[in-house]
Design a protein around this ligand. Structure first.
Ligand SMILES: Nc1ncnc2c1ncn2[C@@H]1O[C@H](COP(=O)(O)OP(=O)(O)OP(=O)(O)O)[C@@H](O)[C@H]1O
Length: 531
């Protein structure tokens, strides 16, 4: 995908903004000259009109171009940063997603990352442009009437200090607003995802009250403070922008009566003062933006600190002949011990059943095998090498797992299986036969499905198995693979699965409460409850 080059658009915007500025100052000077000449009794000729019109059309054209750039930059900046962080998100480890809720990550992308992208793209252009505008304006004003300029600078300087203090306060408060907005977003997300349960329990009022409490007691007070600060800021700004040019003209008139200042000069001084207060205020404003950018950048950096440094180094290693499981003790953070004193091996072709009552730690053991959980007292070895030595790429080619809850993407069934990889028609037909999916494919054709729409739980389970099986790993871990299948389909599925794994030398590790699975397995590891 081609992303427009931000740097080029920034230069384009700055270039036309400066041209626009120069046309504007040229225009002011032209007015002063024409006015002085009119007063002196000269007439305006065709050449003068031509200069006038050229400057005017230059201003319109350059204004259009620079405005287009200013409107385009936030869009590009937002897009760039979203792509950058999405790529980073996809590389994150399992523990990252345990730490942050979906709602939090979604709101991070919608709010903070988007805003940071916009500001980062537009900030340097605004800053540079306003600095140039201020320098040019100051130079013109000083040349035009230095005594008047000094009086006005003193007033502007005072307002500048005031707005700087205010803008710092606004930036600090903005961070609090973001934090509370995220909070509210998470509560709302929970209300939506749990809505079915809430309705069953007739608890709508209880949850609405919780939402309103977060909104009224936490977010609204901070937003009110923000409104108050912004009002003070804008008031100073508007008083300055309205009063300053009039003040300039007034002082100019005094100079005129005392020392005979020309009317053309008063007019151009008035126009210059009108122009100069804008960059001054905008530069104060960019300070607010700079504070916001820095804090946002730091906040996002904190979220995206890689949790587990990727120590895995081995990419090429033969197929798995032996898997050793040595677990002295495993527990999740802040939980009691789940697994303890486990030591067994699985040889190639030695299909193994992991048995035990619900909650004993079967899925946990499987996650340890997949390397998504781990710890100092747990050792998983493939061909006598610690699993931490293997890269994720190696894992994806040699050991795969089908979760207890089937995962279906919003794609067609075939796409759900291939996930963009190319498989031969023979391979596809074979997998559809093994997982009893041919009828479902015929029924749904290329229709898009997801796990809530279009597939039963048993069908979704079979699609999830097909997705992993077609990749023919050395070891396939199946967590409760037939829990949603009827007796006939279970028995057919087991027969076909047996043929498939024998043909491709795949070793199965299965957890299931269904005794029919026993016919597939050569050893059983019985997990016992620790408490
Ligand atoms: N991410 C986690 N953080 C903390 N505790 C967890 C986590 N995942 C599972 N547990 C706890 O670990 C224990 C074992 O859970 P696990 O899912 O491994 O059991 P199981 O034997 O597969 O159960 P079932 O047969 O019902 O699927 C449970 O007490 C569960 O609450």
């Amino acid at each position: 995908m081609k992303v427009l080059n931000i740097r080029r658009i920034q230069i384009f915007t700055l270039f036309f903004s400066i041209l626009d500025l120069l046309c504007l100052y040229g225009f002011i000077q032209a007015i002063q000259i024409f006015m002085d000449r009119l007063i002196a009794g000269h007439r305006i000729d065709q050449k003068d009109l031509l200069i006038f019109l050229s400057l005017l059309s230059g201003m319109i054209l350059c204004g259009l171009c620079s405005q287009y750039g200013f409107n385009l930059l936030p869009v590009l900046g937002k897009k760039k940063l979203i792509i950058q962080y999405e790529t980073q998100l996809m590389k994150e480890d399992h523990s990252f997603f345990d730490q942050h809720s979906t709602a939090f990550l979604m709101s991070l992308f919608q709010n903070e990352i988007s805003l940071l992208g916009q500001q980062k793209a537009i900030f340097p252009v605004v800053f540079l442009y306003q600095s140039i505008a201020l320098t040019v304006g100051t130079a013109f004003l000083l040349i035009n009437e230095w005594r008047l300029a000094l009086v006005l600078f003193a007033i502007i300087g005072f307002c500048f200090v005031l707005t700087r203090i205010l803008s710092k306060k606004i930036a600090d408060n903005t961070q609090k607003v973001y934090k509370e907005k995220n909070n509210l977003f998470q509560v709302l997300h929970e209300d939506i995802t749990m809505h079915r349960l809430i309705r069953f329990l007739n608890k709508e009022d209880y949850f609405s009250l919780r939402f309103r409490k977060v909104l009224n007691d936490r977010l609204i007070p901070i937003e009110k403070k923000q409104a108050n600060l912004s009002t003070q800021y804008i008031t100073i700004y508007s008083v300055l922008s309205r009063a300053l040019p009039l003040l300039g003209a007034g002082i100019g008139l005094i100079f005129m009566s005392l020392e005979g200042m020309e009317p053309g000069k008063i007019l151009s001084t008035y126009a210059l003062i009108s122009l100069i207060q804008e960059p001054i205020m905008q530069l104060a404003e960019t300070r607010t933006q700079k504070n916001t950018i820095n804090t946002l950048q730091e906040a996002i950096k904190q979220v995206f600190i890689q949790h587990q440094k990727d120590r895995r180094v081995v990419d090429s290693f033969g197929s798995i002949q032996k898997t050793d499981i040595q677990i002295e003790q495993f527990q999740y953070p802040d939980s009691s011990v789940i697994l303890t004193g486990l030591c067994f091996s699985i040889l190639r072709g030695q299909h193994t059943k992991i048995a035990g009552p619900s909650g004993v730690g079967k899925s946990t053991l499987m996650e340890l095998l997949m390397g998504v959980q781990g710890g100092r007292n747990t050792h998983i070895l493939f061909n006598e090498t610690e699993n931490s030595m293997f890269s994720r790429k190696w894992y994806s080619q040699h050991i795969l797992m089908v979760d207890q809850k089937p995962k279906i993407f919003k794609m067609s069934i075939l796409e759900n299986i291939t996930l963009g990889d190319t498989f031969s028609k023979i391979d596809l037909d074979e997998i559809l036969y093994t997982c009893i999916l041919q009828n479902i494919i015929d029924e749904h054709q290329d229709q898009i499905v997801d796990d809530e729409n279009g597939l039963s739980l048993g069908q979704a389970q079979r699609v999830s198995i097909a997705r992993m099986l077609i990749r023919k790993p050395d070891v396939l871990i199946l967590d409760e693979p037939v829990s949603a299948l009827d007796e006939v389909t279970t028995s057919l599925m087991i027969d076909r699965l047996k043929q498939f794994i024998e043909r491709y030398h795949i070793t199965l590790i299965i957890s299931s409460h269904n005794p029919a699975i026993n016919t597939l397995c050569l050893q059983t590891i019985d997990l016992k409850k620790n408490n």
